[in-house]
Design a protein around this ligand. Structure first.
Ligand code: PLP
Length: 410
């Protein structure tokens, strides 16, 4: 059944060939977009067209073919710039994904600014991607990680933020949307309060970009990162946005071709951003695919996608709450369409496996957020996440599937 948003879900479903494939002899119910978005046909076709007719290397070669490939590649960068409302496409750096973007910042900006005794402030609900790179840096530098705590509902406790930001804090890292709890964090406010104390902020937008309009200038984010595959683009491509003054001052990360001004045995000089951070042949088809994914979500309208997601989340939350023994994990007031739960007496892996027999794909586990599990005193959760192609039938199938799990486990 359709939601009340004007999106034509039946028509949208036709854009996703994978939804029509047989899966366990049933209709595929894909409730795992938080792990990776499905790719619409338009993205697949754009990548295939590039591979078939436009492909060669970029930013090198005098051929028309090379120039065309470079143009398509740079047009994709411009699409990302416009998507994030970044001031310049020189501030959009291609990476392999969110994880690589954060490692890049930790190993360049971080190494420049974090020294013995310094502090890195992270929120209690970070994905390992926005924790482990900082921990590695902290260990290397003799610095310390500090944590913004959260309550049992999965909301950050921000009353004492100014006390957590000390004169030793060198950077604050926070996710805009939690991949486990669905919490939408007030990143604009966090950034303003961090800036008031002179501390830059990196925002992990991996789970935010599929659900909301992001404006890095309005947020005033110092760094903003996301992955193409969470936005219905291909894997192997991600984005790092950075403020100009940071990117200009940061040293290169990896060395190689395409990022140099001049090389001699004595000394190498480098071009400016973004090239300075893009050594070697970049993921060209993937970047162009991400550009096509941005076109696709924009053609539907991110506001409508967000409204549809909220409606499905509300419907799903109300329905699963009626299931005895089920506890929703993540009850923040502001949530994106991510629904985690635990079922009394059944391990989430068993829930996920049985749902899969029923053709329902969800994620089960610690979701690369072990500190969140520890904080909430649970080993894992089962997580359903909703996208523009999901409808109420998918939620109903989930509820029936959970009831079947309960039947099996008595
Ligand atoms: N940050 C968040 C909030 C995520 O949900 C994920 C992936 O699930 C990541 C970072 C890591 O993304 P990737 O594996 O694409 O680098």
């Amino acid at each position: 059944m359709q939601t009340t948003t004007p999106l034509d879900i039946a028509k949208i479903r036709e854009d996703f060939p994978i939804l029509a494939r047989p899966y366990k002899d049933r209709r595929l119910v894909y409730l795992d977009s938080a792990v990776s978005g499905l790719m619409p046909r338009a993205v697949n076709e754009r990548i295939a067209y590039y591979q078939a007719f436009e492909h060669t290397n970029v930013h090198r070669g005098v051929s028309q073919l090379s120039q065309e490939a470079t143009d398509r590649f740079e047009e994709a960068r411009e699409k990302v710039r416009s998507f994030l409302n970044a001031p310049s496409n020189k501030q959009i750096i291609w990476t392999r994904g969110t994880t690589e973007s954060i490692n890049l910042v930790a190993q360049t900006y971080g190494r420049q600014h974090v020294h013995a005794g310094d502090e890195i402030l992270l929120s209690a609900m970070e994905h390992h991607s926005n924790l482990v790179p900082w921990q590695l840096l902290a260990e290397e530098r003799g610095a310390k990680l500090r944590v913004i705590p959260m309550n049992d509902a999965g909301e950050l406790l921000l009353d004492n933020l100014e006390e957590l930001i000390t004169e030793r804090t060198r950077i604050l890292g926070v996710t805009q949307v939690s991949n486990v709890l669905g919490t939408i964090n007030p990143v604009k406010e966090i950034i303003a309060r961090a800036h008031a104390k002179g501390v830059p902020v990196l925002v992990d937008g991996a789970q935010a970009v599929p659900h909301m309009v992001v404006d890095v200038q309005d947020l005033d984010a110092d760094f903003y990162v996301f992955s193409g595959h969470k936005l219905m683009g291909p894997t192997g491509i991600g984005v790092l946005y950075g403020k100009k003054e940071h990117l200009d001052a940061m040293p290169p990360w990896q060395g190689g071709g395409s990022m140099i001004l001049s090389v001699s045995w004595e000394k190498t000089t480098f071009i400016g951003p973004p090239g300075k951070f893009e050594a070697g042949t970049p993921p060209i088809a993937q970047a162009i695919g991400l550009g096509a994914a941005i076109d696709y979500v924009r053609s539907l309208g991110l506001d409508l996608i967000a409204a549809h997601g909220h409606e499905l989340l509300d419907y799903a939350t109300a329905r699963v709450r009626q299931i005895p023994g089920l506890r929703v994990i993540g009850e923040a007031k502001e949530k994106a369409s991510v629904l985690s739960f635990v079922l009394e007496g059944v391990h989430p892996h068993d829930v996920g496996t049985i749902l899969d027999y029923e053709g329902i794909v969800v994620r089960a586990g610690h979701h690369c957020a072990q500190p969140v599990m520890k904080r909430l005193n649970i080993p894992a959760t089962t997580r359903a996440s909703f996208a523009c192609f999901n409808d109420r039938d998918d939620v109903d199938a989930l509820v029936e599937g959970i009831l079947k799990v309960k039947e099996i486990f008595g």
